[in-house]
Design a protein around this ligand. Structure first.
Ligand code: DQA
Length: 148
């Protein structure tokens, strides 16, 4: 059976999950979310690498690395960079690997500035509002995309 190599990137302020606005983002820490997704990945025969950074440049560097480190698909919660970063968009266009955009909250039901994304139209899929479970959904969508 094929093992798919998937990279999960979490952007700014997501290191504070569990403490940060739990009514919006839930009670789970990022470490718990990643641990849960790794259990699912084992079941689905996928290999996960993950990183969190508050720095746009570090995230861009990691996306560049994904060009030739065997990564097949990226799952990214870009945090607020979703709504601001043309540089992230250009990084994804540069590496031309499939990616899935994920948000814990339903960004479309929030402030107008959160309803614009510089990434959604070039993503394979966008998952928003499913909370921490969205990471598992994103993993399933990534694997389905790679295996179909
Ligand atoms: C978020 C939504 C963004 O608007 C916000 O800036 C975040 C988290 C989410 O997961 O719901 O940091 O990406």
């Amino acid at each position: 059976m094929t093992t798919n190599k998937i990279l999960i990137i979490n952007g700014p302020n997501l290191n504070l999950l569990g403490k940060r606005e739990p009514d919006i983002y839930g009670a789970k820490t990022l470490a718990q979310i990643i641990a849960d997704v790794r259990v699912k990945a084992d079941e689905l025969n996928a290999e996960i690498d993950d990183m969190q950074s508050n720095s746009e440049s570090e995230i861009i560097e990691r996306i560049h690395q994904a060009m030739d480190d065997g990564t097949e698909c990226i799952i990214i919660n870009p945090g607020a960079f979703t709504h601001t970063s043309i540089a992230l968009r250009d990084a994804f266009l540069s590496i031309s690997k499939p990616f899935i955009e994920i948000h814990l909250s339903n960004v479309f039901a929030r402030e107008a500035f959160r309803q614009r994304s510089f990434l959604s139209d070039i993503a394979v899929a966008v998952i928003a509002g499913a909370g921490a479970h969205g990471y598992e959904l994103a993993l399933q969508a990534a694997i389905r995309h790679l295996r179909d």
